[in-house]
Design a protein around this ligand. Sequence first.
Ligand code: ERO
Length: 310
Amino acid sequence: VDLSTSIAGVHLPNLLFNASGVCCQTTDDLKQMQDSASGSLITKSATCAQREGNPSPRYVPLPTGSINSMGLPNEGYQYYLDYAKSYDYSSPKPLFISLSGLSLAENKTMCEAFVAAKLPCVLEINFSCPNVPGKPQLGYDMEAMEAALNTLAPILRQPFGIKLPPYFDIAHFDAAAAIFNKFDDLAYVTCINSVGNGLAIDFETETALIKPKDGFGGLGGFMVLNTALANVNAFHRRLPTKKVIGVGGVTSGKEVFLHVLAGASAVQIGTTLKEEGPAVFARILKELEEIMEKKGYTSLEDFRGKVKTL
Ligand SMILES: C=Cc1c(C(=O)O)[nH]c(=O)[nH]c1=O
């Protein structure tokens, strides 16, 4: 079976890679991704300056997923620019770079620096970090999101992507898609980032599980699968000239299959990668192949976006 795919002008030998934030902050993390069976890799969202992030505990696995309030810890964008400059682009795995400036000015600075370097990596702007105290998510402010795209698209002038928060209202899918369809270079959207500001509480100690923000943090893992599938399918239906990367709730080949059925061109793994390690890619690729063989599919195109309705 053929599990390859293409997005933003790059070819992925298979559709799986890491969710930004997991196994991708340092060059050691990224080497693990390079050595894994993934089809690609994306870096931890970068800010202009290096950041320690929030106090720990700031990530906790839960029975049905995870909660995190990392607070955008990263090595600063020059670190990832250096990595992108030294990346071996003859590798079968294309490189994606995630940028999450704390302001439009920061995103502008980082985009200008990457564009000036003229590298074949794909740039993705994160509009959806839920864990920086005092910073609302750009993805929930339609005017600010359009203004950001009006500033950044003319700088990028190459296929790029954006990382979106989950939306929960059809009117928001409609409004967001209307904005995205104005930008031809916006090649794809990645849905979803964590479900913002959940609260995990320990029953015995009656205490929040993570330290930052009174225990409020982004939810991920199996519990967000159905919200992720809805966002993938909503934007697949509304963005006919763009692609969707699906992320959220993948624990096995079955959820990857569902993401592709919903319309995903590639699928990322976050919580399950964090808990299982990079061996997860080989396991899940094998599970997906078995599912496709059982169902009689030989390529992702055979079923991408073909979820039926009643
Ligand atoms: C970039 C910051 C993010 C973070 C974080 O660093 O806290 N956690 C998420 O679940 N999603 C993000 O986008």
